[in-house]
Design a protein around this ligand. Structure first.
Ligand code: UP5
Ligand code: MG
Length: 190
């Protein structure tokens, strides 16, 4: 059968910038499927996979899991879905992730939705989240911030140089942030 063209939007931004929160709203309004790379990795730990212990240790240290593992999970989720529109949240986190996704799937993202948020605000949100995440403690959050600046921002800059980044002010209320996002999704109104 003919392969359908997949539409992929990468949703990037620092830890606690509101990626997951806004993806849920985009799903409700524009019919995308939300794939959080972090959620897929946490599900992999829970499933008792052979990689589970390695993934858990990386997440506790705020480190980036090897692309091989993450790309495989994302690709499987896309193949199992009936949808052709995906929000990939929290990925790619470094240059290796970006190159591996492109090489393995052949997919170029439509655009990058980027949440701009100061660390002070992200720290406050993460410490208030209370969902029992092993990485929501000051020590790990500090490491996550460093990895974000050193490894993930360069990926955002790479896409920015190609004119693909749509930057959102993430400090406003959840509702106001979504009002701005909506404008970018006009081409996807069903
Ligand atoms: N909140 C949200 N929006 C708000 C607003 N506008 N005003 C006030 N409060 C707001 O939001 C965080 C909290 O803030 C919530 O309580 C929310 O209500 C509130 P959320 O939407 O959850 O933010 P999000 O950006 O999704 O934060 P998250 O912690 O999920 O981001 P990370 O990027 O750190 O986490 P992720 O799950 O993507 O990755 C975790 C780890 O997995 C990584 O550190 C890494 O070790 C590993 N990983 C990989 O190795 N590779 C990958 O590809 C992906 C992950
Ligand atoms: Mg998230």
């Amino acid at each position: 059968p003919e392969e359908k063209k997949l539409h992929v939007i990468f949703v990037l931004g620092g830890p606690g910038s509101g990626k997951g929160t806004q993806c849920e709203k985009i799903v409700e309004n524009f019919g995308f499927t939300h794939l959080s790379a972090g959620d897929l990795l946490r599900a992999e730990i829970k499933s008792g996979s052979e990689n589970g212990t390695m993934i858990e240790n990386m997440i506790k240290e705020g480190k980036i899991v090897p692309s091989e593992v993450t790309v495989k999970l994302l690709q499987k989720a896309m193949q199992e879905s009936e949808n052709d529109k995906f929000l990939i949240d929290g990925f790619p986190r470094n240059e290796e992730n970006r190159a591996a996704f492109e090489n393995v799937t052949g997919i170029q993202p439509e655009f990058i939705l980027f949440f701009n948020c100061p660390e002070e605000e992200m720290l406050k949100r993460l410490l208030n989240r209370n969902q029992g995440r092993v990485d929501d403690n000051v020590e790990t959050i500090t490491k996550r911030f460093r990895v974000f600046s050193e490894s993930s921002l360069p990926v955002v800059n790479y896409y920015d140089s190609k004119g693909k980044v749509r930057k959102i002010d993430a400090v406003k209320s959840k509702e106001d942030v979504f009002e701005n996002i909506k404008l970018l999704f006009a081409p996807f109104i069903q």
